[in-house]
Write a protein that binds this ligand. Sequence first.
Ligand code: HEC
Ligand code: HEC
Length: 269
Amino acid sequence: MRPRRILIGTLAAVLGAFAIAVFAQPPQARPQGGSSAGTVAVPTGLREAGRALFAEGCSSCHGFEGEGVPGQAPSLRGAGEAAADFYLRTGRMPLDQVGEEPLRATPRYSDSQIRALDAYVASLGPGPAIPVVEPGRGSVSDGMQMFNESCAGCHGTGGKGGVAIGAYAPPLGEATPTEVGEAIRVGPYVMPSFSEAQLDQRDLDSIARYVQLTQNPDDAGGFGIGHIGPVPEGLVAWFAAIAALLLVARLIGQRNEGDEPGGEEGGKA
Ligand code: HEC
Ligand code: HEC
């Protein structure tokens, strides 16, 4: 009777540890095809539509000509269409409150409004264009190597998120290939930007391909426990091993107890 109850208790503890490890991390599977806005030749109508949207939704912080307002928001001259596109498609702008880190949210503007705002911000001064990213052309192993060298320090192994100095480095589970390329070129918030010389077109494709892989890891056997990286996964293995050892120890103890009454007391001496 008692060993069985202990067994059940231990099993529950082990399962609990696994459940915490797996469910503490929300599932990050949301594959999205590249939503590349492309670099279309900008019709003036589009730019003017963007100017109107900007006056209404952005100028209170960035100024009427995107010149920036000290203590509020930076100038957008030279931010480029890539920055506008990244901040708008990931819902980071318009920011709710000055001083807080812009975080991913549901986009506030439609696709055509975003293209209009992109065109307007691009017209304020030359800046990075929206990169065309095609993960299919990249190499997973190159991408993984570059990711580990340049990105994992902040975003964590497998892009599960982490901390950067003074900021939260988000998990990359929702980032589209275009957004990955834009983030690399723009360097949002405290993230550094990477120039063409540091990471070229092929590198962008490879990194985006690796990020896609981390979004849909194929579990070739074994239990993924949420792909939270080698350290916590090792820790879970330790918990499981400790629980198993405890179980064995308890079972051995039980048997001695049954053999001779008071055996537990005798063992203490
Ligand atoms: C409440 C104030 C506020 C509003 C409203 C706002 N922004 Fe911002 N914006 C900021 C702040 C603060 C930053 C700097 C944060 C950062 O660097 O990530 C910023 C950064 C940006 C950047 C990045 C600049 C760069 O150099 O990379 C872009 C692009 C941008 N905003 C576009 C917009 C657009 C377009 C709108 C309107 C739809 C908008 N913002 C509305 C406060 C605001
Ligand atoms: C110094 C730390 C740091 C490094 C290194 C870094 N990032 Fe970031 N990254 C950040 C931070 C912080 C943010 C959030 C920016 C914000 O809040 O506007 C971010 C945002 C992003 C986003 C947007 C995610 C989303 O869901 O909206 C992507 C994509 C991204 N980074 C990719 C990369 C890639 C790819 C690399 C390597 C080439 C990289 N980052 C290197 C800190 C970093």
